[in-house]
Design a protein around this ligand. Structure first.
Ligand code: ATP
Length: 231
């Protein structure tokens, strides 16, 4: 299995706070990996480092065999916690705008996803509930023809049905267009069926990683492994 991402001896501190601590880990290409760990484990910092938004003090990041560089960002779709440039738009305007600013954005695919997610194109984004805004947010990420998708806490603050809808969209999207997807989360109950590979982080260090199915057979559900590791 080839690696999409090779993280080697990566360290990042904010002042005296260590976010990533000599982290070495790789992420398989063409799979959905769950990047799992409790609050403060370093998940967001790792994703930010991959797209150049956090500058590590030490170590290296390889992306599809090339050293990380901002020029590669056109190949990466990154969903940070909150990137709300589209608040004053209707959904249709937001999707049209995305076509202009997001490399590889596939508008017909986005419109199809919006239909699947029951999004009304004429509604103002500012009037959407959190769950519906999250649906739009995820479409903006997934409707891009890019190799690597980084989703930082895509389920946070979202109700069960919206989570299930988003998970279904992720599954459909992978069937339609296989990509390497990293999903950071500490809420793994509903999402664990998505994960083909899992990486558990704590205090900026790798705690456990492996093929999700092999780990399930060996140790039980991903959720129970999480409880065992972090209880
Ligand atoms: N901009 C920042 N300034 C100072 N400290 C930071 C900053 N960003 C992250 N940290 C610290 O770095 C550590 C790792 O944070 P990070 O957000 O990467 O973890 P996380 O696993 O994504 O956590 P969560 O699940 O709570 O989002 C934490 O101790 C956090 O307080």
């Amino acid at each position: 299995m080839s690696s999409a991402l090779e993280i080697k001896h990566l360290s990042k501190s904010y002042g005296s706070k260590i976010a990533l601590d000599d982290l070495t880990v790789s992420f398989p290409a063409g799979q959905i990996t769950g990047l799992i760990g409790p609050n403060g484990a370093g998940k967001s910092t790792l994703l930010k480092a991959i797209v150049g938004l956090a500058k590590p003090q030490q170590g290296s990041i390889g992306i599809f065999g090339q050293p990380a560089h901002w020029k590669l960002n056109s190949e990466i779709s990154y969903l940070p916690d909150r990137a709300k440039w589209y608040k004053s738009h209707t959904i249709k305007q937001a999707l049209n705008y995305a076509l202009n600013i997001l490399p590889g954005f596939d508008l017909p695919r986005a419109l199809e996803m919006a239909n699947l997610m029951s999004l009304d194109l004429d509604v103002l984004v500012s009037t959407l509930s959190e769950g519906f805004e999250a649906r739009l947010h995820i479409i903006l990420c997934l409707a891009r023809r890019v190799k690597l998708v980084l989703l930082d806490e895509p389920f946070s603050g979202i109700d069960l049905l919206s989570r299930e809808t988003i998970i279904q969209l992720l599954i459909n999207s992978m069937l339609d267009q296989p990509q390497t997807i990293l999903i950071s989360s500490h809420e793994i109950h509903e999402a664990e069926s998505l994960f083909e590979h899992v990486v558990f982080l704590n205090k900026g260090q790798l705690v456990l990683e492996g093929n999700a199915e092999a780990l399930r057979q060996e140790k039980g559900s991903i959720e129970s492994i999480y409880r065992g590791l972090f209880r």
